[in-house]
Write a protein that binds this ligand. Structure first.
Ligand code: NAD
Length: 370
């Protein structure tokens, strides 16, 4: 049995607790089968934390997150808290976690499961078997660069400014994450910018090449302009393995890639921080979807995005690739067997609830174990 692993679970709001309950079922299964023991802490975030403590994330919960090997988050927000002041809105809890944990690399896998391939808006033969990873720089670039703002320039006219800015350390650290990931996948990285028209893009390209040549010469590196990447993602997405890009381009390209797969309820994500001396990175894992207030409390939420986020956690925070593979395979098999939550329902398939879907995953893991 592997050593204890410190996990902080923050289910959050809306369907967050419903989908997280299914992750806890998987954690329980791993523990019952002596695959791993987790030291699991639970906390509040978002509207749930506001209701209990008047803040979307208490200092105590923040400290626990800093102390954990990994944080698993469900979702935050909902109409109940829409009228709150900006600084106590549920989303501020999530933003505080990202900021204080310095999570600079956002990982968004786009995987098309065979059973759901026809849910994509693209042709089956374009997306079948798709398995790519987008790494987006999350804490720099034009969303944070100075100067920024809107100013009056006289004559009733105004000027809006945002600044795209990257330093070499910011580029290096996210490139290193991408290269390390590629080594665990198909060993190919495509670095994406606009070096043809942006100085910061040229710097990004040069530095990506430098880090590659100095530290990751065994990984195949290509460079692509962001506009071409947007086209290639819909023309032939399977040409990619790992795509690494800045905050702005990553925001768009990761959403574009996500939609190749067809369903929000299936999309996991990870956000990683800097590695300490032992190689351990601060990490937050969460489904891409929100708190889905329209289906909360109905047992209709798809728990697979959250379960797949936990699989990323096993793979990247705990080096438990075999167990992550088992979860991914179990999800694939459950879908192939015809079970569907409402969001991914197709003709002739069996519509099941959140908990039946979660239970089906652990039942399948049992079978895979043999
Ligand atoms: P949403 O992702 O919550 O829902 C969009 C649509 O997808 C809804 O119809 C919902 O029912 C459906 N859906 C989402 N996840 C699903 C799942 N697992 N299974 C089945 N169906 C699912 O986005 P929204 O409606 O724009 O936002 C609702 C709330 O969530 C808002 O308060 C928003 O601020 C918040 N939000 C939070 C996060 C986060 O916590 N990271 C992300 C996005 C939105």
């Amino acid at each position: 049995m592997t050593a204890n692993k410190k996990l902080l679970i923050l289910p959050g709001d809306g369907i967050g607790p419903e989908v997280m309950a299914e992750v806890e079922r998987v954690i329980g299964w791993l523990s019952d089968h002596e695959r791993a023991t987790f030291d699991v802490g639970n906390g509040l975030v978002g509207g749930a934390a506001y209701d209990a403590h008047g803040t979307p994330l208490t200092d105590e919960t923040m400290a626990e997150a800093m102390n954990a090997d990994a944080v698993l988050l469900g979702a935050v927000g909902g109409p109940k808290w829409d009228g709150l002041a900006f600084e106590v809105k549920p989303e501020r809890g999530l933003l505080r976690l990202r900021k204080e944990m310095e999570l600079f690399a956002n990982l968004r896998p786009a995987v098309v499961f065979d059973a759901l391939a026809d849910a994509s808006t693209l042709k089956l033969d374009v997306v079948q078997g798709l398995d790519i990873m987008i790494v987006r720089e999350l804490t720099g670039g034009i969303y944070f660069g100075e100067p920024r703002g809107v100013e009056d320039i006289g004559g009733g006219e105004r000027r809006g400014v945002n600044t795209q800015v990257y330093t070499t350390p910011e580029i290096h650290r996210v490139l290193r994450v991408a290269f390390e990931l590629a080594r665990k996948r198909s060993n190919r990285v495509c670095s994406v910018e606009k070096a043809n028209v942006m100085e910061s893009g040229l710097l990004w390209r040069e530095e990506a090449q430098k880090i590659h040549d100095a530290e990751f010469a065994d990984v195949e590196l290509s460079h692509m302009y962001a506009d071409n990447c947007a086209m290639q993602l819909v023309r032939d997405p399977r040409q990619f393995d790992v795509i690494v890009t800045d905050n702005l381009f990553g925001d768009m390209l990761s959403d574009e890639a996500a939609m190749l797969t067809g369903s929000l309820g299936m999309l996991p994500s990870a956000s990683l921080g800097a590695a300490d001396e032992s190689g351990r990175r601060k990490a937050l894992y969460e489904p891409v979807h929100g708190s889905a207030p329209d289906i909360t409390g109905q047992g209709a939420a798809n728990p697979l995005a959250c379960i797949l986020s936990f699989s990323l956690c096993l793979r990247y925070s705990f080096a438990m690739a075999a167990d992550a593979d088992m979860i991914d395979k179990a999800v694939e098999n459950v879908l192939a067997g015809g079970m569907r939550t409402a969001d991914i329902m197709q003709d002739g398939k069996a519509r099941v609830s959140t908990s039946v879907m979660g239970e089906a995953v652990t039942t399948e893991m049992e079978k895979l174990l043999g």
